[in-house]
Design a protein around this ligand. Sequence first.
Ligand code: PLP
Length: 637
Amino acid sequence: MTPTLERWTTERSTELYGVREWGAGFFGISPSGALQVTAEPGNFDHAVSIPEVIEGIQARGLDMPVLLRIENILDTQISLLNDSFLAAIKSLDYKGSYLGAYPIKVNQQQQVVEAVTRHGKKYHHGLEAGSKAELVAAMGMLRDTGAVLVCNGYKDEEFIDLGLHATQMGFTCVLVVEMPGELPLIIKRSRALGVKPILGIRVKLSAQANGMWAESGGDRSIFGLNAAQIIEIIDALKEADMLDCLQLLHYHLGSQIPNIREIRNAVAEATRVYAGLAGEGAGMRYLDLGGGLAVDYDGTQTNFMSSRNYTLDEYCVDVVEGVMTVLDEQGVDHPTIITESGRALVAYYSMLLFNVLDTARFEPEPLSGELPDDTHIHIQHLLETLQALNLRNVQECFNDVLYYRDEVRQAFNQGRISFRERALGENVFWEAVRRIAILAKDLPTLPQELEGISQALSDIYYCNFSVFQSLPDSWAIGQLFPIMPVHRLDEEPTREGLLADITCDCDGKIDRFIDSQGVRRTMPLHELKDSEEYYLGAFLVGAYQETLGDLHNLLGDTNVVTIRIRKNGEFNFVSELEGDSVEDILSYVEYDTKALLTRFRETAEHAVRRGRITATQRREILQAYKNGLQGYTYFER
Ligand SMILES: *Cc1c(COP(=O)(O)O)cnc(C)c1O
């Protein structure tokens, strides 16, 4: 690409990277081309410059990659969700109330759960636990007895006892029955402890959602109870004279439901079940709709899986209205509506920042005129094809160069072409492909064969992070995250590239990017400068990414820095957590690092004995080894 003569503006970067579309008012670009972040959506008067935060992080001695959390964005998200439900309830004159329950599995880090309980207190925002460990965390963190504590997941005796103790202490701790076999154990334990349990039922809805993660709903869902099983539970509760304990109906359609129609259908079906349970005489008080509130990662506002075709306000109004419509018709009291939104609450508040280490370009060496007479015939054909290339024969030439390239490879494998000749042949081939890509831009319609051609010629930017550790959903389920440079946004990005991480794994790359028209295979990037680092950010990574990540290639947890933006636009560093050292990582895979060092000392002593190194050199080598153990697992400059 050649730079245009027209001056590049930050507004053009804003459009190019879709900042307004995915940023939800939290992100913008400053006049000097820095990406900015604010905790008050749409108000950039006191926004913080991300490059300045990076400077502050480095001044404190932490290296890239860094996971940066903006604590008060989480506060804002909690307020937006609660205020939006409260507004819908008020405007529709709904008689019940709303309570949020943050599902711990979405981001279990103590800092996150702490922030949710702290800021969520004024809304009585509660927690949802899906396992014993999560319940133990929740019981340690939650102080507000006005909040709910919802227990999903399969429960053994220990799990049930913990939940009953929480109830004993005055918490609304709901034990949600997920499978028929759980009920007898719950009844037995509550009698033994003398605690009246608060029970819920997880229903398997027939409404099916189509999001990428949405397999929790539908008849084939592996979770929840079907109608016959629910009736059995009601009968068993009647028998035990405990039907009044059943107070909550729960379902979870799946995460990231992009289509509001599916959400409405599920609400309608679940509310009918709720009315049915009330009609049976259960002590119904809560309708828990689970998660599913989506994040618009690509900013397209569509029912594409990385997006959502509704706003938060529409979601809340549709939910409240959906519940009311069914219950008013059946003459059933309005319950407290609970949602377990996780993704929408925490996605925005974390970003992954990393530097680019190097780039690779697919640019052939300039061809020097004539080929020597004895050049292999296939290579001569390649050059002739290249010379005959024009707009009318683009496709034909493309097929020809592919054919001759394969012939060259075959001739090399059979020993008829030298390695140097093969390199020449490949160079001619790439020059032809480069020119074909330029011509193809002027074709009225792009032939199918040529579709991937600009991707094949794009640069590779080698980035200092691990997809497996920091963006696992990008690798595992092809999720899209907004990614862009955090500075130089007043300069035109003149390159197109894809991102490779430092795991040396061929899956360790990102080659799918958000785009208003679907998915891009490359993204616009700036040329690297010798004199300065180039920083990129991956955004909206607060949900699910942190603990799903793994230690592929022994790249560990990144450094984590949390800041709070102050009213005057300054920011405080609230906390810094150092990422894993090499020593930490090795101990995770069961190395005893002390023993490792002892062994290495011996190996070095052998080398001294054999005369390969001197004793002084041994000392230096051992020091380097110790430094290696203590170092960060990522690339350090
Ligand atoms: C995962 C999960 C959630 C969270 O869903 P989000 O779409 O992230 O809000 C809520 N409830 C249950 C039962 C879950 O399993």
